[in-house]
Design a protein around this ligand. Structure first.
Ligand code: TMP
Length: 208
């Protein structure tokens, strides 16, 4: 079974950079790989993602967020992730179902059982072998993002981002064998090294 790896983290944690670095490293070693992201990994998801990030902040309800992020996910799982794994490729996704658990569950306060049930439907029960959490103090992450115009999530109050961060900590503690928690204040190269150590271990165990 090929490896399915997801990257998670709050705003400005550097997870997209690390997902890309890992993907490039695999390709250099001639290990077939696919890099995708949520919600924008498919053309449909890209459109939903744009609306979710830039739509009218007051009109979009938490349930709408839950359903639309999962609609994007269902397409990504069916169009990219499952076919990639079936082709024997290592699949890397920048965000996956854990993002919905923490942002819509812990952040927005939706019932966690309901969130888990809908995530389960969208993912067809497919779980990552490894989830990398880039852990950064909330204020540092938001500061890193300050340069551009903030989207609906970046505009949220600090307390929302704190709940997201606490949600990630709880998920990671509840399934330590799946999560690799990395201190995102370290240098880009150090972080990539820590992630590679774990991924190469899994690859050599035969999860290719
Ligand atoms: P980013 O990954 O490009 O930062 O943007 C995605 C934004 O959408 C980010 O603020 C987190 C949010 N999000 C959710 O709230 N729920 C989800 O399920 C996903 C995938 C993202």
């Amino acid at each position: 079974m090929p490896l399915f790896i997801t990257f998670e983290g709050g705003e400005g944690s550097g997870k997209s950079t690390q997902a890309e670095l890992l993907y490039q490293r695999l390709l250099k070693l001639a290990i077939p790989a696919v890099l995708t992201c949520e919600p924008g990994g498919t053309p449909f998801g890209k459109r939903l993602g744009h609306w979710l990030k830039w739509g009218d902040a007051k009109k979009i309800t938490p349930i709408t967020e839950l359903l639309l992020f999962n609609a994007a996910r269902a397409q990504s799982v069916a169009e990219i992730i499952i076919p990639g794994l079936k082709d024997g490729k290592t699949v890397i996704s920048d965000r996956y179902a854990d993002s919905t658990t923490v942002y819509q569950g812990y952040g927005r306060g939706l019932d966690l059982e309901m969130v888990t049930g809908i995530n389960q439907a969208a993912t067809q029960g497919l779980k990552p072998h490894l989830t990398v959490l880039l852990k950064l103090p909330v204020a540092d992450g938001l500061k890193r993002k300050k340069a551009g115009k903030p989207d609906r999530f970046e505009q949220e109050e600090l307390a929302f981002h704190r709940r997201v961060s606490e949600g990630y900590a709880k998920l990671a503690a509840s399934e330590p064998e799946r999560w690799l928690v990395v201190d995102a204040t370290r240098s880009k190269e150090e972080i990539a090294g820590i992630i590679w150590q774990k991924v190469s271990q899994l690859l050599s165990k035969g999860l290719k």
